[in-house]
Design a protein around this ligand. Structure first.
Ligand code: ADP
Ligand code: MG
Length: 253
């Protein structure tokens, strides 16, 4: 049985001047799965995520989330529909505590209908979401620590917390392990596995061991295009992928 679609792109395209950074990408993402996207630097992975979160506008094609066309909706609307994202470069407020950072995430997600609700109830609602996000990202004990005083790994963890505070169904993660040591990476991988139990993940990641340990589906992008997509096993055994991308490691052994 195949899980239902949560997200679909049809011929999704983004150009920068003459450069086609994302080139007619048609992909399907199924609810509850971890779908990794790999590919060399400049392949268009971050641009693809930026399109999904509406951080940038599409040039052509469309994006469908839970059956709804969300192409070029404002980013806050996309977030409220249930798409959360993290950034390749850490994107937290360093002078704020973990709680304050998650608070901002939770507040950004408030439905506009809540504007007329009593402030005390609003406060409770935001606090509840922020606390849950802190627990789910593993930083509840550190909630009053100022972000700048934490390790790089913890800061990346907090960024995931801020995303969770928006109460997303679908998590877009752009290289969550970038710049981390082995131990910190291990912690984040465990966190991602836990999040995968009740979220759908689209994960851009260079660390192939991490990808193979977490993901069920794998897409390889090269030059803005999908070189191949399928189950992790299919891609592992794909000749085209080995030649274009995974090849180097194999040749050395
Ligand atoms: N804002 C931008 N303006 C111009 N070119 C961009 C912009 N963002 C990305 N690009 C270009 O688009 C291509 C894809 O970039 P990116 O999506 O960041 O790749 P990846 O994340 O796979 O490394 C690269 O050639 C990059 O230089
Ligand atoms: Mg990138």
């Amino acid at each position: 049985m195949t899980a239902e679609l949560i997200l679909e792109t049809r011929d999704l395209t983004r150009t920068f001047g003459a450069l086609v950074a994302v080139d007619k990408v048609s992909l399907q993402f199924r609810r509850g799965q971890v779908h990794a996207i790999i590919g060399p630097n400049g392949a268009g992975k971050t641009t693809f995520i930026n399109l999904l979160s509406s951080d940038i506008d599409t040039s052509f094609g469309s994006i469908h989330f839970n059956g709804q066309d969300i192409t070029d909706l404002p980013p806050d609307k996309v977030s409220r529909l249930g798409i959360g994202r993290s950034y390749q470069k850490t994107n937290i407020f360093p002078e704020f505590s973990c709680l304050q950072n998650c608070w901002l995430g939770a507040q950004s997600r408030l439905p506009t209908s809540m504007r007329f609700v009593r402030p005390a109830r609003l406060y409770d609602e935001v606090r509840e979401h922020a606390d849950k996000a802190l627990r789910d990202c593993g930083l509840y004990q550190r909630r009053n620590t100022v972000a700048a005083h934490m390790s790089y790994g913890e800061q990346r963890q907090l960024e995931i917390g801020m995303m969770l505070a928006t109460n997303p169904q679908l998590l877009l993660l752009d290289e969550p392990l970038a710049g981390m040591g082995q131990e910190e990476s291990f912690e984040i991988i465990e966190l991602l596995k836990k999040l995968a139990e009740d979220h759908t993940l689209i994960l851009i990641e260079h660390d192939m061991d991490a990808v193979f340990s977490i993901a069920q589906q794998l897409t390889v992008m090269v030059n803005g295009q999908v070189l191949e997509t399928g189950s992790v096993e299919q891609i592992r055994n794909s000749k085209a992928v080995h030649e274009a991308y995974l090849g180097e490691d194999e040749d050395e052994s």
